[in-house]
Design a protein around this ligand. Structure first.
Ligand code: AMP
Length: 590
């Protein structure tokens, strides 16, 4: 079914958009000129946190609410407002706390926490102090947390007593590189770690003044983990000048304007929740909503209504869940404060764009990017016609193309609508500068001046990009990127398991559901009990966001002659699709 174009007049926002003439701005844009949009710290130095907070000192924005925190249990606690002035003072205190513990510029600070103000203060304070900051998703189980800790070897972990007890207590005391565990809460129970300190005591004696470290544009600021098809998770390094891209892309693709109330529903444990859930909104001086609770349709509508959210950045899985509750539920709320809706993370069904128009009076503006790009690369803008199902057009400052990898290098596809790999011309400020300790893996992502995204896409005759699929086996479930290898490794540790293969299968709500296939060792019976045990093990070790929901036993899994599980074939067979090239298949897997 093809969906009619939504003309720019049909979805025009009441206020003139920041990007009024896409073609003009895209043709004239230069990152060097755009640098003037930042405050900077003199002599070419800058700091992400300075742009987010210090730059507003002495302006009217100082008194605005920077962060409105909505606690999970609304009956137990009321919303908490933190002004720009207060957030600056608190993150300065946090930077001073780090200094008092002997933490220095360049040290790595990890944070494992739900969406509470302490997480935001720690992120900004660590950046101010020149540390490399890594947020970890709090729904991860111990396994993904530990592997990411071992790769980045942080000297500081910021967390809560509850998360420490639940996910770290069994093993964190063994980590030789970890010097400090900073607890964000005041839980009276002892945390079984001699390095643990309570933040509140340290904060109360710390000064609210701190001279933010002036960083070179290329100094590392953030380390975000992402997954590949094989091997360990990859730590993508982002530098301080990424803030320029965060600022500019939020101006153009999210249309952020000074008085906006902005809600990014992504968790800071994933790149969207940091780039657009902390940095970009603060650089624009808007009020950001931080909801501690997980998805709940009524609560979300109530939040949009009661908080007068004007710009809402969310994800397809959430939109599909809202769609299931129907227009009737949406109609019970006054959502007239909304003026711009955006979506990212997975393919946005054209039906969802249409549903936005019908139910909220606005379309969702799909945009595309990934951990490695650090910021939005392709988007539907307020000032252009929307073709539902398309990711839109490249941002000003971004050149995108469709190409094939060849023996000689790269071949660009000239004809519109041909499917190939989505590639981006290097040089934008938020591009990752390496995978931590994995130079080879990093260099493999580039051919000449082009970054290869690993996504398959096509570009139509009007210059709109359309997502086709992933070129590799990674799984996108509820917007979370999951590396099959990480999941398979947990099954492989079970004494009954001989082989494991994990794939994503289409799911109406989460986009893809994680499904495992397991072959047992000779003589071991495939029972329902064992199936439950394996699923339980995965849930405990990986956490609910990563663990498979279903598992099937097979006598053997399809493998290449060199012994690699052919996930592509597992998937084709599961979905009844053509098997494609099976010339490398080892016979026993058939
Ligand atoms: P992550 O690095 O976790 O942000 O995941 C990035 C991947 O998510 C991309 O490479 C795409 O495969 C997928 N993705 C992100 N945004 C979109 C979108 N708008 N449409 C389709 N896929 C998307």
């Amino acid at each position: 079914m093809s969906y009619p174009i939504i003309s720019k007049r049909e979805h025009a926002s009441p206020a003139p958009p920041n990007l009024r003439d896409y073609d003009l701005v895209h043709s004239k844009f230069s990152w060097d000129q755009a640098r003037e949009k930042l405050a900077g710290m003199g002599e070419g130095k800058l700091n992400i946190a300075f742009e987010a907070l210090d730059r507003h000192r002495g302006t009217e924005i100082e008194n605005h609410v920077a962060l409105r925190f909505l606690p999970k249990d609304e009956n137990a606690a009321s919303p908490q407002d933190i002004s720009y002035r207060q957030l600056l003072a608190d993150s300065n205190r946090f930077a001073n706390v780090l200094a008092s513990l002997g933490v220095t510029r360049g040290d790595r600070v990890y944070c494992l926490s739900g969406r509470i103000p302490g997480l935001y203060i720690a992120a900004l304070g660590a950046l101010k102090h020149g540390c490399l900051f890594t947020p970890l998703f709090s729904a991860f189980g111990p396994e993904p947390i530990r592997s990411r800790m071992d790769i980045g070897q942080p000297s500081v972990l910021v967390t809560t007593s509850r998360l420490y007890r639940k996910k770290l207590a069994d093993w964190a005391h063994e980590l030789p590189y970890l010097d400090h565990v900073i607890l964000l809460d005041d839980d009276p129970a002892e945390t079984p770690d001699r390095r643990a300190v309570k933040l509140s005591a340290l904060m109360s004696s710390a000064s609210p003044d701190y001279s933010t470290q002036a960083m070179a544009p290329e100094e590392p600021a953030l380390l975000h983990f992402t997954s590949g098809t094989t091997g360990k998770p990859k730590g993508a390094i982002h530098v301080h000048q990424a803030v320029l891209a965060h600022y500019v892309t939020a101006e153009f693709a999210l249309d952020l304007q000074p008085r906006d109330i902005y809600w990014c529903t992504a968790d800071p444990g994933w790149v969207t929740g940091t780039s657009y859930g902390i940095i970009a909104p603060l650089t624009h001086g808007v009020t950001m909503i931080v909801d501690e609770a997980d998805f709940d349709a009524e609560r979300w509508y109530r939040t949009l209504q009661d908080q007068h959210v004007s710009v809402w950045y969310t994800a397809p899985t959430a939109i599909r869940m809202l769609m299931k509750y129907g227009k009737e539920m949406a109609d019970r709320f006054d959502l007239s404060g909304l003026r711009f809706l955006a979506s990212v993370g997975e393919p946005l069904n054209p039906e969802a764009v249409k549903w936005g128009m019908e139910t909220l009076g606005l379309p969702f503006h799909d945009n595309w990017w990934q951990t490695e790009t650090g910021g939005i690369m392709i988007a539907n803008f307020s000032s252009m016609d929307i073709k539902p199902g398309s990711m839109g057009k490249p941002l000003p400052g971004i050149e995108a193309a469709i190409a094939h990898r060849t023996a000689e290098g790269i071949e660009f596809l000239q004809n519109s609508d041909e499917t190939g790999e989505l590639v981006l011309k290097t040089g934008w400020p938020s591009m990752f500068r390496g995978y931590l300790n994995e130079d080879e893996r990093y260099h493999k992502c580039f051919i000449g001046d082009w970054y290869l995204t690993g996504d398959l896409a096509r570009c139509d005759e009007d210059g709109y990009f359309w997502f086709v699929g992933r070129a590799d086996d990674v799984i996108k479930s509820s917007g979370h990127l999951i590396g099959p290898f990480e999941v398979e490794s947990v099954f492989m540790e079970h004494p009954a398991v001989a082989e494991a293969g994990v794939i994503g299968i289409p799911d109406e709500v989460s986009g893809e559901a994680v499904k495992a296939f397991v072959a047992l060792k000779p003589g071991i019976e495939a029972t329902e009990g064992l199936q439950k045990e394996l699923l339980g093990l995965a849930r405990k070790r990986l956490g609910p966001a990563v663990a498979p929901k279903t598992l099937e036993f097979r006598v053997a899994l399809p493998k290449t002659r060199s012994g690699k599980i052919m996930r592509r074939l597992l998937k084709a067979r599961e979905l009844g699709l053509p098997e494609g090239d099976t010339s490398t298949l080892e016979e026993s897997g058939k």
